[in-house]
Design a binder for this molecule. Structure first.
Ligand SMILES: [Zn+2]
Length: 164
């Protein structure tokens, strides 16, 4: 079923990044191999999965910073790394917006996972404009202003009252 070349040499000739010689790796994976280093693709996949789990465990903030910084770059908003780290470190046990108890990483993602929020999105990740709130609060707030969020809350109340 694989259309891949059956040797590294052949793969190199046609510029394929993978080949499949049909020989299982030493861990028994019947998997493609990378042309460059002859590494088993399945072993590599397992390794990189383990590696990112390790990084998440050992350096959860670093990963967060990288992700947020690239988001900031994409959005064209400022990113102050120190402000970010300070805001993250200063987060408490509870969501300041909804009062729910945070489920701190590296626990699996839930509605109570703490997330960094730009209070006024277009101002970016700068001191005074970021806080750590629950995923639930972050989703609800999205890019809404306080006035918009109040309007929604009022509209929900009103709608419920009408329905009675
Ligand atoms: Zn393998």
């Amino acid at each position: 079923m694989s259309q891949l070349p059956s040797s590294a040499a052949e793969a190199e000739k046609i510029g394929s990044i993978r080949y499949n010689d049909g020989v299982p790796c030493k861990h028994g994976h019947d998997s493609d191999r990378y042309t460059q280093n002859h590494a088993c693709a399945e072993c590599s996949r397992i390794h990189s999965k383990k590696e990112s789990a390790r990084q998440r465990r050992e350096n959860p903030v670093g990963k967060r910073v990288v992700a947020s910084r690239s988001r900031a770059k994409k959005l064209g908003v400022p990113f102050d790394t120190q402000a970010y780290l300070d805001a993250w470190a200063a987060r408490g046990d509870y969501c300041p917006a909804l009062g729910i108890k945070f489920v701190q990483p590296p626990a699996p993602l839930t509605f109570a996972t703490p997330e960094m929020d730009r209070i006024i999105p277009e101002l970016g990740y700068v001191r005074g404009n970021i806080w750590v709130i629950s995923r639930q609060a972050n989703k609800m707030k999205n890019n809404g202003t306080a006035a918009m969020l109040r309007q929604i809350a009022d509209a929900v109340d009103e709608r419920i009252a009408q329905g009675k």
